[in-house]
Design a protein around this ligand. Sequence first.
Ligand SMILES: [Zn+2]
Length: 167
Amino acid sequence: MTDVFSRALDPFKHARDGICLEGTIPLAKLPRVAAELLEPMGDAFAKLQFAVDQDGKAYIEGRVKASLALTCQRCLQPFDWSVDSVFKVSPVKNTEEAEKLPAPYEPVMLQEGYVDLRRLIEDEIVLNLPMVAHHEPEECAVQMGDYEERKPKPFAALASLKKKITD
Ligand SMILES: [Zn+2]
């Protein structure tokens, strides 16, 4: 399948024409996502429907799906993470327009009248990454107990801090 998201396009024209774009993008081409992967493999799937609402506002209704092999921060083994996100964005020229944008739209910044679709998809995946990637305790090669022991004990740290203050 060809990468239909590789070019920037005029969202207003696409909205008027009611265009729908659907396709896959190699994750390796999304640098901020690829940086989080154990190996830069696999694809993201995206579907973007361009439309105009009853107030004449152009918007893009999208869905992005990806299966990511992240690195577990405890055991450093692969950690599978699925992204399946739906969103509604409307193109804006500046932050002023972004602030005025009514719900349920999220702003997507225009660059010289164009929207960078690949960037839009990349942003959506990055927003849906876990804060800290790690397995559920029972699935992780490093057991929670081992992990806790290696960390400084918070109460011990607090006690020494208290001691410093009172000394
Ligand atoms: Zn793990």
